[in-house]
Design a protein around this ligand. Sequence first.
Ligand SMILES: *Cc1c(COP(=O)(O)O)cnc(C)c1O
Length: 233
Amino acid sequence: MSDKISPALCAVADNIGTIRNKISAATLAYQTQVGMVGPVTLVAVSKRQPDDRIDAALTAGQRVFGENRVQEANGRWAHRRKFYADLKLHLIGPLQTNKVSDAVTLFDVIEVVDRPKLARALGVEMSRQNRQLECYIQVNTGEEQQKSGIAPGDADDFIVYCREEAKLKITGLMCIPPVDEEVSMHFALLKTIAERNGIFTLSMGMSNDFEEAIAFGANSVRIGSAIFGQREG
Ligand SMILES: *Cc1c(COP(=O)(O)O)cnc(C)c1O
């Protein structure tokens, strides 16, 4: 649909339909071969997107959204939550310990557990709020200095720590491969770590590589620009 005749509303609904079809096709093609668990969750990444596009996605039936900043997410979702009881919000950006309380109140899934201090703070806060959220561990598969995530070599110990000491419900692993590298080895590495630790959700794949991620066993994909278009700012 061209931009002239298509306000954001139509475009977003169309894009969601297209992505869902591609996810279904990739799932059919690869599911048995990679031993993927369950259907693929589409996490629509709504960070820095204008309100009309968010509402268009909700109207199109999308209910799972990803945000990378606690405060920004609060402004966008706190009021909308009241109208959509089945909404599920995933935190996919770095979390500072001073934001843990707000994060536990707002989100349903924390995808970015990556250090003992944060794991402890989340455990304490979830018990205080009596909200046991699903948690994923972010693995820095490319061992990039500037990127958050636990190093692959430390992942097994950290998973045990999160489960046994911090009392977190660890259900998934998440990674963001380096921009300039072949993504497949990163996806394969994440799957290997998940398998040997009894973890069943693999959050990997974004707008440009979600089909490849599904081929490597992803069952949760985080897609922003391919649904909403370019972000603001
Ligand atoms: C922004 C973001 C995405 C979405 O990226 P697109 O390329 O727009 O699909 C996915 N995952 C994380 C962690 C992000 O920060």
